[in-house]
Structure formats: C-alpha cells, structure tokens
Design a protein around this ligand. Structure first.
Ligand SMILES: [Zn+2]
Length: 298
C-alpha cells in the first residue's frame, strides 16, 4: 500500500501538472464505479466536476485531495493497488489503452483504469487499480475534516518538531504503551507510516520492532524521530517505493525499493556489516524485518 512518500510524490507531481487546468468530463467503470458520492448520485458527481478549475492537489496522511472550484473537493484513497496516472488514453473494446508507448502502456500495473478525468489541455488523469479497493469520493470542502478517514488522524511526521513527537509517546503522567513498530504504523498515532517505512526507520535508528514504547528513553525517541524524518525525506526524493503496484504519475517506478535495508531483505546480510542477518517475524498480522545484531530490544 502506498505510504507517505509514495502519496507525497504523486501529489507534488500532480500539483505541477494539474493546477490551473479544468476537468472537462469524468468516466468511471459502470460495472463497479470507483467514483462514489456517499449520498451524491453519479449524474451529480459528473455535473459538479465538469468545467471546474483545479485549484490545488494536497495530501493528508495517505490520502489525496484535489481541490476544485466551488464547494467540493475530490478525496482519493488509493488503498492497496490504486495509483493516479497522467497521460492520454483511448477506449478500445471497452478497455482504456494508453496512446503512447512507455510505462503507461507497457507496465501491467498501469493497465487497470477504473476512472478517467478528461482535462482542458487534452491530457487525462487516470486511476489504475488492479484490486479495486481504491475509492474516489466527492466531498464538500466544509465536510473534509469530518471524514471518518481524516477526523482522528495523528500528526504529519514531517510537520512536527521533536518536542511534539516526544509528547505523542509521553507527557506528564502519561505514556504510550505498545510495540514500537505497531505504534509507528498506527495512523491515529502518527500519519502516513506503514509496513515499509516503519521497518526502515527502526533499522536506521537501531531498535528491534518488538521494543516496548514505555521502555524508550528520550534519547531513543530522538533517534527514532531523526530516522523518521531522514528516511521519509529520502524516499520522497527517490519517488517512493514501487514494491508492488505503486507507480509515479508518469507510470514509472519509484527508486526507494532499491535502497531499503530491512523491508523484504530477510536472509540478506545487514548492510551495516555487523555480522547480522535480516530476519522476518509476524507482528499483528503483518511482517516485521530487522537486523538480529544492531537492532536492540528495549
Ligand atoms: Zn545490523
């Protein structure tokens, strides 16, 4: 599933390409519409979007928000395999085919077009989603912060200073309890971090994923905070990780999957050359990857 760096890559790229353009029309797969209104009918959705200027493309946690003229926004949750693409497509025998050769056409992951928005410059914005869990919701601007997906989210890790990060774990008379990997992956605790980056942050900062948060000192939390900022920024710079379906809006893969030190590296020697081997354990229905030598259990 795309995490903060993947979604941020998409948002930064689409902001450059889309802001100032208008939506001319929108199509969604009639068999199973991606585009849902939560009370708004499809004709209303089409009507609301048509000829509206795109004012901004934003991110909150793993969600994308396209702000359009008027009182609505488009809220996109990509879920497991959904990703937004920018290019030109034509419908052939009921299937959208990319017009130009390149990754939009050749990469299988980009071929499951569920929604197409026609843009005023002749290009299209497309939502490809093999697994069909993704959703696109028309929502009134005034109701955005009240969406159940957004309402209780924790803070953005790249927007808080260490003092605030530390307060998430402990403040006067109170301590967060739990396994550090699960706590970092909890979107209501801190937003946007999933399986890939929690593994990488803990490898980088040197803590075993099963470490208990109540055993972490301020110094330990500082190491985790610094690693979080460093890893997320580096991953954004490299266009995120294309481990499975995620692609950049050009259809190309990100590059961070080539840089991971722990995630899905089980069996490999630790990149720190400390004699450790990356191990994999189950944790709350997910996998945790870690070095058996330098990542300490607290
Ligand atoms: Zn190691």
């Amino acid at each position: 599933m795309p995490e903060l760096p993947e979604v941020e890559t998409t948002v930064r790229d689409l902001r450059k390409k889309l802001v100032g353009l208008r939506f001319k029309d929108v199509w969604t797969d009639p068999a199973k519409p991606t585009h849902i209104g939560r009370g708004a009918s499809w004709p209303l959705i089409k009507k609301v979007i048509k000829n509206k200027k795109i004012l901004d493309v934003k991110r909150r946690a793993k969600f994308i928000i396209i702000d359009i003229e008027g009182k609505y926004s488009i809220f996109i949750h990509q879920k497991i395999s959904g990703h937004l693409l920018y290019g030109t497509w034509n419908m052939e025998h009921g299937i959208w085919k990319a017009n130009k050769s390149g990754p939009l056409k050749s990469e299988r992951e980009n071929g499951y077009i569920r929604t197409i928005w026609k843009l005023s410059n002749g290009y299209q914005l497309a939502f490809s989603d093999l697994r069909r869990f993704g959703k696109v919701v028309l929502v009134k601007d005034d109701n955005l912060s009240e969406l159940p997906e957004i309402k209780k989210l924790g803070p953005e890790p790249l927007e808080i200073k260490f003092e605030k990060f530390k307060e998430l774990f402990k403040s006067a008379g109170w301590q967060k309890r739990g396994r550090i990997k699960q706590v970092l992956m909890d979107p209501f605790f801190i937003a946007g971090i999933g399986n890939i980056y929690s593994d990488e942050i803990l490898w980088d900062s040197g803590f075993h994923p099963l470490s208990r948060t109540e055993n972490l000192s301020d110094g330990d939390l500082k190491k985790i905070y610094n690693a979080t900022v460093r890893i997320l920024k580096k991953a954004i710079k490299l266009g995120g990780s294309s481990v499975e379906d995620y692609r950049m809006s050009s259809g190309e893969k990100g590059e961070y999957q080539n840089q991971t030190k722990a995630y899905q590296r089980d069996g490999e020697r630790c990149a720190r050359k400390d004699g450790g081997v990356i191990k994999r354990i189950k944790l709350g229905g997910r996998s945790a990857h870690f070095c058996s030598v330098h990542q300490k259990l607290k």
